[in-house]
Design a protein. Structure first.
Length: 108
């Protein structure tokens, strides 16, 4: 059974100021490369969305992935935390979901 993982990245005001100084290319190019790497490893990107972050002036990006093994979550966490651009992210979370029957039954 496939599992869903929601990645949440929050960019607060301090992170936005830093990206203005150094340019946001490094951050977004890094995220893009990470997502491409994950795609080549069988981690499937299902969708993305953004909304206000939990800090004033911040913004959050969310991505939903489908994975075949729960062990993959640890790999995703390690990849993200070892990236040379992760200091620009105010907070980072991975949420694992295993129960999809209710959603698939009523909303799919």
């Amino acid at each position: 059974m496939a599992h869903r993982v929601m990645l949440c990245m929050h960019f607060g005001l301090a992170a936005r100021r830093e990206t203005k100084k150094k340019g946001n290319e490094k951050l977004f190019d890094g995220v893009n490369q990470l997502f491409q790497k994950w795609g080549s490893e069988g981690i499937r990107l299902i969708g993305t969305f953004g909304n206000s972050a939990h800090t004033p002036g911040g913004f959050a990006h969310h991505a939903i992935f489908e994975i075949d093994s729960i062990d993959t979550v640890g790999k995703m966490d390690g990849d993200f935390m070892s990236a040379d651009w992760n200091h620009m992210v105010e907070s980072f979370e991975l949420h694992l979901g295993t129960e999809r029957e209710f959603i698939d039954k009523h909303f799919a």
